[in-house]
Design a protein around this ligand. Structure first.
Ligand code: EPZ
Length: 420
């Protein structure tokens, strides 16, 4: 198991390229199951989650090749329609194969995802939506067994705006007979990029980019290719790193329009930010101002940036409140930040952060992807040495993060091998 050893205090400076988006790739890859042929996904990030999804598709009979950040998925050999617990327990997004398998092959056996580091994350909206499209769904032995001759278009209104349920129902409805209307669909950029890709495969979808999607089912789709959108969460993480370390960085290959909720808060905190069509330059302030945020659905402040913001506010000049309206108990990073000397109190689904003048290095434990990102950020400003343990969590969603940080001047080393 790897750990990161970080000596804090370096100001980050320079330019770094943003990788393709994990959460876009994890939705695009299962879409390859909807057509027989070779799907090509350029700008795919080299992440553990991408290789987990590749292994799952291979176990179904697909051929998957990854070279120079281009993923080629040959679905012509797919003949097993199962996502075993061994895969799904590693990555909840494996559930994205459910919709495409039922729509294309009329059957699927997919393990229920189970719990996650920060509490229950049900999939009822996925199942209810598929049942409304006519799938027979049976839960047995921790598995979802689904069957359908052909799905039939209908109206689906989501009580909660869910990224995953939107993706699954969208990928099911494109091959259904008749028209499906999804109301209160998620409009996260990763869902818009999925819908655009499905249209490139021959699907008929109206309302892309809005929370009202109308899908006219077609009889078949063809394999296609696309470029994966940049990762707005990776981009946000690097901007916060620069702000916390008093540095100045430029991100390239980024979509500033998909990050506006984060950059607006960074400006409120005192940062100076410059934009071009595909770059963002941030200059840190002398003193970080405390800024409250409430994590919400897109285009609100992303919950996947909440932990990183908490780390930044722990060294701000004053008190701030960070509320998460998506995941009520996504605060596993807080006790670890407190180990570094932060002053944070949890009250229901909010963290009250009283900024401290300095934090001090210590050993801290990663619990999930974004929590581990917040610990790395804290380590970059802590005096002395911070050891972030179990960084396999971070490798799930950040491509070579330590190498990118080193190019910006950070003193961070990956140490491999020992049991931590
Ligand atoms: C996606 O998860 C992302 N994962 C998450 O990013 C992200 O935190 C989340 O969206 C919210 O933005 C991927 O894209 C692979 P949801 P997802 O369905 O699809 C409730 C990261 O760090 N809900 O939009 O699982 C649910 O409990 C990861 O990269 C139901 O009640 O999220 C939550 O409160 C972590 N029933 C809310 O909806 C359902 O059937 C939003 O969840 C589905 C969801």
């Amino acid at each position: 198991m790897d750990k990161f050893v970080i000596r804090g205090g370096e100001r980050l400076n320079g330019t770094v390229e943003v990788s393709g988006a994990k959460n876009a790739s994890l939705a695009l890859m299962p879409a390859a199951l909807l057509a027989s042929g070779i799907t090509r996904l350029r700008n795919t990030p080299a992440l553990r989650d991408v290789s987990t999804m590749s292994t799952l598709l291979k176990s179904m009979g697909a051929k998957v090749d990854f070279k120079n950040n281009t993923l080629a998925i040959d679905s012509r050999g797919v003949k097993h329609f199962e996502a075993p617990y061994e895969h799904v327990k590693k990555m909840r997004a494996s559930i994205y194969v459910l919709g495409p398998l039922i729509a294309r092959f009329g059957q699927a056996r997919v393990s229920l995802p189970g719990g996650c580091a920060w509490g229950p994350r049900p999939v009822n909206l996925h199942l209810e939506g598929l049942q409304k499209l006519g799938a027979q769904i049976e839960l047995e032995g921790g598995y979802i067994n689904a069957k359908a001759d052909r799905l039939t278009g209908t109206k689906i209104h989501f009580d909660v705006s869910s990224v995953g349920a939107t993706g699954n129902i969208l990928m099911a409805a494109v091959l259904a007979s008749g028209t499906t209307l999804i109301e209160n669909a998620a409009i996260e950029p990763e869902m818009t990029s999925l819908a655009e890709f499905l249209v490139a495969m021959g699907a008929k979808i109206d309302g892309i980019g809005t929370n009202r999607l109308e899908i006219e089912g077609v009889d078949s789709l063809k394999a296609a290719e696309t470029r994966t959108i940049p990762d707005r969460i990776e981009a946000g993480t690097f901007l916060v790193a620069a702000a916390m370390t008093g540095g100045e960085i430029t991100l390239t290959g980024v979509r500033p329009d998909q990050l506006s909720a984060v950059t607006a808060k960074l400006e409120d905190a005192g940062c100076t930010i410059g934009f071009t069509e595909d770059t963002i330059t941030l200059t840190a302030p002398e003193t970080i101002r405390p800024v409250d945020v409430t994590a919400n659905i897109y285009p609100g402040f992303p919950t996947d940036m909440q932990a990183q913001w908490t780390a930044m506010m722990s060294i701000a000049d004053g008190t701030s409140i960070i509320t998460d309206s998506i995941y009520f108990d996504r605060f596993k990073h807080v006790p670890e930040l407190v180990r570094l000397g932060a002053n944070i109190e949890i009250k229901e689904n909010a963290a009250v952060v009283r900024g401290v003048p300095r934090i001090t290095g210590a050993k801290v434990m990663s619990t999930d992807l974004r929590a581990s990102a917040s610990l790395i950020l804290a380590g970059l400003v802590a005096s002395g040495t911070t050891e972030v343990l179990r960084v396999y969590h971070i490798d799930r969603g950040y491509e070579a993060i330590e190498k990118k940080l080193q190019t910006l001047g950070a003193d961070i080393q990956r140490v491999t091998g020992e049991e931590f």
